[in-house]
Write a protein that binds this ligand. Structure first.
Ligand code: PLP
Length: 468
């Protein structure tokens, strides 16, 4: 059992125990609890802290832990007034929490955006964070746009100057800051269709109107992009030219200049979300921003994907006056990302372990991609693989016409496999039913075939496999 779940379990037992005792009664000592429940002293103190925060117990240093006074049972709280004051909610934001919810323990996860524990560089991160946190300056205000060496590291693949980079608190924060800095509520935002679900949610939460621009296996269609700029007057286009989420597509070499040209002609920005650069199976294509001298492209790169979800450090690279806007926007939102985390990220990416780590991750992801493709061919021949990604963490498959992807994802969950329905990835109505299948989440590559077998059973168990 991991530490978090043993803390939760102990807290649950102590909560039940406290409920049977009168207020003011002393709980057994930490030592007794350690022996009785065969857990570590840290687990005991974390569980007691949890109960203290809930108001179930009070801790008096030097005397022990006591059952707290219970609140007199009164009428249930009436929060109705808040609904009136708050007004309309931000529809779809709950989808964000769903993206981050861990799968049930007994399910096979073919959905989820981070590396499995076995492939996160946890030892290197522990060493890097220990070194970083020991430095006295680690806890002080950092240079406001980020540590200079970290800015230089993010600038290198783009061929930019370190001074063009703003260090942000993860890819999602980088995207949010960029949307807020570049656009005003009510404006259109062009987006590839399909695209990263979290970007659609963020755009809507920023008051923007996502406008879909179709793509195919070679990325966005530049002719339709130019048309969309002309029709909507949009001032920005959000895209992922490398190992696109969800399709895995890479923008074709002959389309790169045309995409930049369409944006330049429209006098608009390109927001390049380069989230999977460090998950390439071989040398990735250069960022679009590398071929952009005039500040058209704002480039976002995050460290969470090739490392661990809580190394929430990203770089926003931008040239020209927009860089100042971005810096101002982040200062107002959150000041700056925590310096110990910036120091940790810098230690990690400049350590000798970093290139070894990237090589191991890339080899593992490629083997897993192949295993998932094989399993689909054997167990689910009725789905069509849209493209064979050369990087990233997922496959995008088209389901037989008429399949309800959301209902299928629900049925799959009931069969013990978690998959991502395609619908939330489309800014407007989906043209066909799809699923996103991640190969990065399961503890081992062998679990992938079992996941596909369960998905096949779910598909075939639905009445004629079609929409309900
Ligand atoms: C395309 C894309 N951009 C950005 C993010 C945000 O990643 P993070 O905030 O963890 O860096 C994700 C996460 O899934 C993503 O898929």
């Amino acid at each position: 059992m991991n530490k978090d779940s043993s803390i939760a379990l102990l807290a649950q037992r102590l909560r039940a125990e406290a409920r049977l005792l009168p207020a003011g009664e002393r709980l057994p000592s930490s030592r007794t609890l350690t022996e009785r429940y065969r857990v570590s002293p840290v687990t005991v103190s974390r569980a007691l802290a949890l109960l203290a925060a809930e108001g179930v117990v009070v801790t008096r240093p030097g005397s022990g832990t006591f059952v707290a006074e219970r609140r007199a049972a009164g009428r249930p709280a009436d929060f109705g007034w808040q609904s009136v004051v708050l007004g309309e909610g931000q529809g779809g934001v709950e989808g964000m929490a769903r993206l981050l919810t861990p799968p049930p323990a007994d399910a096979i996860a073919l959905s989820g955006g981070y590396l499995p524990l076995a492939f996160q560089p946890l030892r290197a991160l522990a060493a890097a964070s220990a070194r970083a946190a020991r430095r006295p300056e680690a806890w002080q205000v950092p240079p406001l746009a980020g540590l200079p060496e970290l800015r230089a590291w993010f600038a290198a693949p783009v061929g930019a100057e370190p001074s063009d980079v703003l260090v942000a608190g993860g890819g999602q924060a980088a995207l949010w800051t960029t949307l807020r800095a570049l656009l005003r509520p009510g404006e259109p935002l062009l987006m590839e269709s399909p695209t990263y679900h979290g970007a659609i949610i963020a755009a809507r939460a920023a008051g923007l109107h996502p406008v879909p621009v179709p793509m195919d296996g070679r990325g966005v269609r530049p002719d339709l992009l130019a048309e969309a700029f002309a029709r909507t007057g949009a001032r920005a286009f959000y895209c992922q030219p490398a190992f696109h989420n969800p399709t895995g597509a890479v923008l074709a070499p002959e389309r790169r200049a045309r995409v930049l040209e369409a944006a330049r002609t429209a006098g608009a920005f390109v927001i390049e979300d380069d989230f999977a650069r460090y998950l390439a199976f071989s040398t990735p294509p250069p960022p679009l921003a590398a071929a952009d001298p005039d500040g058209t492209v704002v480039h976002l790169a995050s460290l969470t994907k090739p490392t661990a979800p809580s190394l929430r450090i990203a770089g926003i690279t931008a040239r020209g006056p927009v860089a100042e806007r971005l810096r101002a926007c982040q200062l107002v939102e959150s000041y700056y990302p925590a310096r110990p985390l910036q120091e940790t990220a810098l230690e990690l990416v400049t350590s000798p372990a970093w290139p070894r780590h990237l090589r191991a991750v890339s080899a593992e992801l490629r083997a897993r991609r192949d295993a998932l493709v094989r399993a689909l061919a054997v167990h689910l021949p009725e789905v069509e693989l849209v493209s064979l990604p050369e990087g990233g963490m997922h496959l995008w498959v088209r389901l037989p016409d008429g399949t309800d992807d959301t209902a299928l994802a629900d049925a799959a969950r009931a069969h013990g496999v978690i998959v991502g329905p395609g619908r939330p990835y489309f800014p407007a109505e989906p043209p066909a039913p799809h699923l996103r299948l991640n190969y990065n989440c399961t503890p081992t590559a062998e679990d992938l075939a079992e996941g596909v077998r369960r998905l096949a059973r779910a598909l075939r168990s639905r009445p004629s496999g079609t929409s309900s």
